[in-house]
Design a protein around this ligand. Structure first.
Ligand code: SF4
Ligand code: FES
Length: 215
């Protein structure tokens, strides 16, 4: 437990943590980089909710004491630093890059209409902070086999990309009782996302596409 003078501290939880680290306990370990909700590295559990320490204002937290924990159900390396190796491997597993077969001249772009771009616009805003996946009970219990909401949102982002030509392969790779179907629409992911994204809806859309393919 640490006590700090909030009158002499920046407004965000990250400011408070850095004040503790700078002035009271230099051994306190946490990740941070951008301090403006872009890099995703300062994700942690603050008063019971996964969020970004750099965008969570202290004043908005109710009650006097603030309880801060590492992201739930991840191996803790030290203090607020968790081991996200599995999380990143799951992201890589959905092949988060453009796959095409049709050649285009190297000096031409693969164009999209405004409507096509809008389909991927929000899902592309994911900062891979892991707040969603580590808030999900299905991911807690089956994180070794269920891909989790962040990786599935990334999968969706490429499935609906009008330029991508591997939609069938991408859906085949997800057609598995664990990788996709361990989502039980609990919705903690969407609740937790500090970027206001909706992984739960993306997962439902993937399930709908799976069903459509069977008919
Ligand atoms: Fe973080 Fe939201 Fe992306 Fe999940 S969907 S990793 S909560 S930005
Ligand atoms: Fe980059 Fe918080 S420090 S998101």
């Amino acid at each position: 437990s640490f006590e700090i003078d909030m009158a002499d501290c920046g407004p965000m939880v990250l400011d408070a943590l850095l004040k503790i680290k700078n002035e009271i306990d230099a051994t306190l370990s946490l990740r941070r980089s951008c301090r403006e909700g872009i890099c995703g590295s300062c994700a942690m559990n603050i008063n019971g909710l996964n969020t970004l320490a750099c965008t969570q204002s202290c004043a908005e937290l109710k009650g006097g004491d603030v309880r801060i924990y590492p992201l739930p159900h991840q191996p803790v390396l030290k203090d607020l630093v968790t081991d996200l190796t599995q999380f990143y491997a799951q992201y890589a597993a959905v092949k988060p890059w453009l796959q095409t077969r049709t050649p285009v001249s190297p000096d031409r772009e693969r164009l999209q209409s405004k409507q096509e771009q809008e389909k991927i616009d929000r899902p592309s805003a994911c900062i891979l902070c892991a707040c969603c996946s580590t808030a999900c009970p299905s991911y807690w219990w089956n994180g070794d086999r269920y891909l989790g909401p962040a990786a599935l949102l990334a999968a969706y982002r490429w499935i609906v990309d009008s330029r991508d030509e591997a939609q069938g392969e991408r859906l085949d790779a997800l057609n598995d009782p664990f990788r996709l179907y361990r989502c039980h629409t609990i919705m903690n992911c969407t609740e937790a996302c500090p970027k206001d994204l909706n992984p739960a809806r993306a997962i439902s859309e993937i399930k709908r596409m799976m069903l459509e393919r069977q008919h």
